[in-house]
Design a protein around this ligand. Sequence first.
Ligand SMILES: NC(=O)c1ccc[n+]([C@@H]2O[C@H](COP(=O)([O-])OP(=O)(O)OC[C@H]3O[C@@H](n4cnc5c(N)ncnc54)[C@H](O)[C@@H]3O)[C@@H](O)[C@H]2O)c1
Length: 331
Amino acid sequence: MKILVTGGAGYIGSTVCSALEDKGHTPIIIDSLITGKKNYISNRIFYKGDISEKEILTEIFRDHPEIHTTIHCAGLIIVPESSKDPYKYYNENLIKSIQLFNNLLTLGQTRLIFSSTASLYKSSDGTMVTEKSELLPQSPYARTKMSIEMVLKDFSNSYNFKAISLRYFNPIGADPKMRTGPHTQNPSHVVGKLIESINSESNIFTITGTNWNTRDGTGIRDYVHVWDLAQAHVSAIEYFDNIVTQDTPYNVINLGTGEGTTVLELVTAFEEINGTKIIKVSSPPRQGDVAGGYTNRDKALNLLKWTPRMSIEQGLADALKWFNKNNVQSS
Ligand SMILES: NC(=O)c1ccc[n+]([C@@H]2O[C@H](COP(=O)([O-])OP(=O)(O)OC[C@H]3O[C@@H](n4cnc5c(N)ncnc54)[C@H](O)[C@@H]3O)[C@@H](O)[C@H]2O)c1
């Protein structure tokens, strides 16, 4: 099947493209390259453009009328930047997504899978969440994602349109075949910070928040290997018409391992994989930090028949391998 992937030159979109290709599907990419990498789309069908531009979408569907589904990964993703400049995030993520959905509709496209995020959940106490758990996004970034979900729900209820939102927990690692991986130069995520610390002279890693109500006081997250995440998208394509139906034209699925890992546990696993000790320094939580949580994965199992296969150790090892190959930090 041909699948349109917005943001296919980015970290997750490019990995999804590899997973689609490995299963015999053909990704068609639209990406403005605002953050994405040109070398992630080499040998792939690629249209350089903005998701909001109707002309380029029209051209894509004229060239590939058999496109089955759109996977919408394009967007801006830096949480602190979204607090500094919320207009930019609402414009780039929300407004442009609405334009994309409307243009897809007018071009007769009725199927969409959306890259959403677990940062919509209130989930602040280190416990498990389900798709029904309370939402309370903490940043403008997360609020743009929640707003897009609301638009998708309304479009699906009112138009001939069906959508699935996949709420990612904490993606780590890189394509195991090292085709693509994280590309952020100044990582704000924990794995990127760990790689940064072992490449600095001091070897210091700062743990922000050590007094949470978790088993060792550090924050808890559900780290999911990006390759497992990509496989879930292939499943969402293949089971699309069972997941969203006339009665349920919009659906939400959490994508995580179902296991919480504390920051301290992650650092220990990283030390073992890398064979070096890291100097750990504690500091107070950053503004907006939460204890975190992990997902129940019954819905992903039932609807996608998807079980994550790769361990945290594999995710850390692949992130390191990718860094050593490309000399970029993991995000
Ligand atoms: N990386 C994570 O930890 C994470 C977690 C949860 C959800 N997500 C979501 O997954 C998606 C992909 O994230 P990523 O980590 O791959 O980010 P990324 O920055 O690597 O990729 C985003 C891609 O979208 C492209 N893009 C941005 N705005 C565009 C526009 N208007 N038109 C065309 N292309 C545009 C960029 O050039 C880039 O290639 C995002 O929607 C993000 O919100 C990511």
